[in-house]
Design a protein around this ligand. Sequence first.
Ligand code: AOF
Ligand code: ZN
Length: 372
Amino acid sequence: MQPKNTSQKLTDEIYMSKALELAALALGRTSPNPVVGCVIVKNDQIVGKGYHRKAGTPHAEIHALSEAKDQARGATAYVTLEPCSHFGRTPPCSDALIRAGVKRVVVALKDPNPLVAGGGIQRLHEAGIPVEVGVMSHEAAMLNEAFFKAITTKMPFVLYKTALTLDGKIATETGDSRWVSNESSRRYVHQLRNYYDVILVGSGTILRDNPALTCRLPGGRDPIRLIVDGELRIPENSQVLTSSGESPCIIATTKAAPIEKLKQLTKLENLEIWQYDTPRHVPVKEMLKDLFSRGWNSVLLEGGGTLAGTLIQEQCVDKLECFIAPKLVGGNGPSPLSGLHIPLMSEAIDLHDLQVDTTFGDIHVTGYLTSR
Ligand code: AOF
Ligand code: ZN
């Protein structure tokens, strides 16, 4: 027989995995809030389950408790994030768990929100309820990596997604880029668009590829589309402006924007123009701060190489997902980071927590950027 603590650990992990699965159902729907899942277990049976669906609506624990009803008394609650202790848009979940009479709470991670930060765990302790913290904490942290970055730094989490040939080109030297990565990789990118709050591209990408930047997955939702366009070069008939995406489009520009073009574009519906008081280049850090202030925690940067280079130079990129197609095109085609200029190999940016797979038929590399 296994020692009791090992079997308890396994049981805790099984139910926490279920809570994490529930949390993941709302990915891309809860900003500025995290995704959170909860299951309530009594006598080895799940008697209540729930997840947070949207900011301003009830938290995961409240859904789970309302499903469990009286069975919550004496049960164990599994929550992917520390139950809250503050009166925000909704009352504290730790109090609701105490009132419902749960006898034990298992939490994956402490809530980094300064309004909570251990306060929920403390309240439960004070009520005499044992709390176990840290079960599947890595998985829980990965699921909410955008929320964690945003709430602790007041800047959104930025993922740069790019596709290149094995010889490092994002297009041939004639500019042709359709398609570098294969169909399954491209389908996965639509999953990313479904999860990220904002999709970000430079005006060069709009001029070259005229993308719609929508999510074409059944049941998916469109991210906010943000175009960095310092000189307002975007054609009025671009797909981003004309395709009826369900979410708004934003153009970030500068004092260099021609007045007539500004006037014309302001007439368009579903479009916001953010004009920064700079000569030609959009101040990207300020722009990202503005995204955070609007309640958007995660940004999917899809190119091009100039904008990506600037963002990396400014230390604004957290993660990279790179699809390397087993193809060669040679020549002087553009690179995914033409805007980054590091003179010495010894000063190259190292990626950490690297993962490599070929699940999508291309070589798929994921890594995090070391802060320098
Ligand atoms: C939980 N369970 O399901 C979630 C939590 O404005 P409010 O009232 O919705 O509070 C938002 C904060 O509550 C959010 O920043 C995070 O710290 C916590 N989210 N907490 O106990 C949940 N979504
Ligand atoms: Zn709560």
